[in-house]
Design a protein around this ligand. Sequence first.
Ligand SMILES: Cc1cc2nc3c(=O)[nH]c(=O)nc-3n(C[C@H](O)[C@H](O)[C@H](O)COP(=O)(O)OP(=O)(O)OC[C@H]3O[C@@H](n4cnc5c(N)ncnc54)[C@H](O)[C@@H]3O)c2cc1C
Length: 391
Amino acid sequence: MNTIKKPIVIVGSGFGGINAALNLRNNNPDFPILVIDPKNQFEFKPLLYEVFSNEIKSWEVNPKFDSIYANSGITFIHNRVNFIDFDKNILILQDDLKIEFEYLVLSTGSSPNDFSIKGVKEYCSFFNTNEDQINLKKLLDKPTTVGTNNKIFIIGAGPSGVELACKIRDIYKLKFEIIIIEKTPEILNNSKTFNKEEAEKTFEKKNINVMKNCSVIEVTNEQIVLTNNLNQVKNFSYFEVIWTAGIKPNLPEFNKQIQKINNKILINKNLQLQDFPNIFAIGDISQMENNNSSPVTAQVAMQQGEHVALNLKLLINNQKLLPFKFNDKGEMMSLGIGEASISGIGLTLSGKLAFDLRRVIYASKMPKFGKSLKSTASWFLEKKSIFKNIL
Ligand SMILES: Cc1cc2nc3c(=O)[nH]c(=O)nc-3n(C[C@H](O)[C@H](O)[C@H](O)COP(=O)(O)OP(=O)(O)OC[C@H]3O[C@@H](n4cnc5c(N)ncnc54)[C@H](O)[C@@H]3O)c2cc1C
């Protein structure tokens, strides 16, 4: 076994980063590992809707990094990486602290993309972080009086827009008229057919409207301006506009141009940067060569985190690295309070049972944290022993 002089540095402690760090630690007790993140706590984003609807408490899905890394021998630094020098192998942090690395894993995730559409940044709400869900709840809790415009526009009928619309309907009942704006002719473009059909049925039942083939041109402090595929332009007043229409990678600055694709870092099949074999990029910030179809999900980031730990060990020991292969375990979607739809893992399921199973599967993805969720999981597994084999 070879030894290394400097710690393996992992930048970003989300789904990819945590899995990389914990797997590295489990398989290689002697490697020094340093994790850097500007946040104090992990955000389990797939359950953000349930925190929003109070079905789950925030502390259950946002455990502190201190507790995740306690007694693991992994060093955690609460800081942001602002700059990377690829030639000197140096990171520069927010407070100008410099850190040298020999091996680096980048896993800094993504944030909403406003595509430079006028007024989006200024006037729309977002739903990407715990802070966003707190802010949105405060806004929607405000009373509406007779004559107040009660239209909520949700931009983008991807999973985020669809799941959020269903929760808002169930939490606020008939307080709002909910309209989803979708640029293409159908909702949930990249989702499994079963989940798409379940979502369509749920929209019908919950009276959620979708304007398809429709795009946002501008948002002002009072109006949203839309256009359809016939180039007709319409303005609407709104109570709130919520932007769930796209994401962009969070990238620090670099000392030189690196190869990118769709603004993401281009990686080879072993998850390494093209010209820098000691540097890996995983999760939402990266795209693998010759692969346009890999989804941008926690599932991918977690599997890549595990794989990068394996490949780092092989690299350090001068062995041949292994290519990453995504194992699609299916897709789960919440469709309101106590309802969900699941397609994959050998089954399709909707309703209350799907909701419970979704929660259990997510609990099982929280390696050493999420105590309350884990107890829900063990309760459920005792009751529904048929699911033991698929988790
Ligand atoms: C509302 C919502 C619901 C979702 N639902 C699902 C779902 O049901 N299923 C699914 O598979 N996926 C879902 N996703 C997508 C999933 O959350 C992401 O694909 C996943 O989080 C990506 O993992 P990651 O490790 O790349 O980034 P993240 O998990 O976002 O972690 C990135 C980390 O990097 C840190 N960071 C950022 N910049 C820096 C910097 N400069 N220096 C140091 N640290 C930095 C951040 O603070 C963060 O902790 C959802 C996303 C959202 C927003």
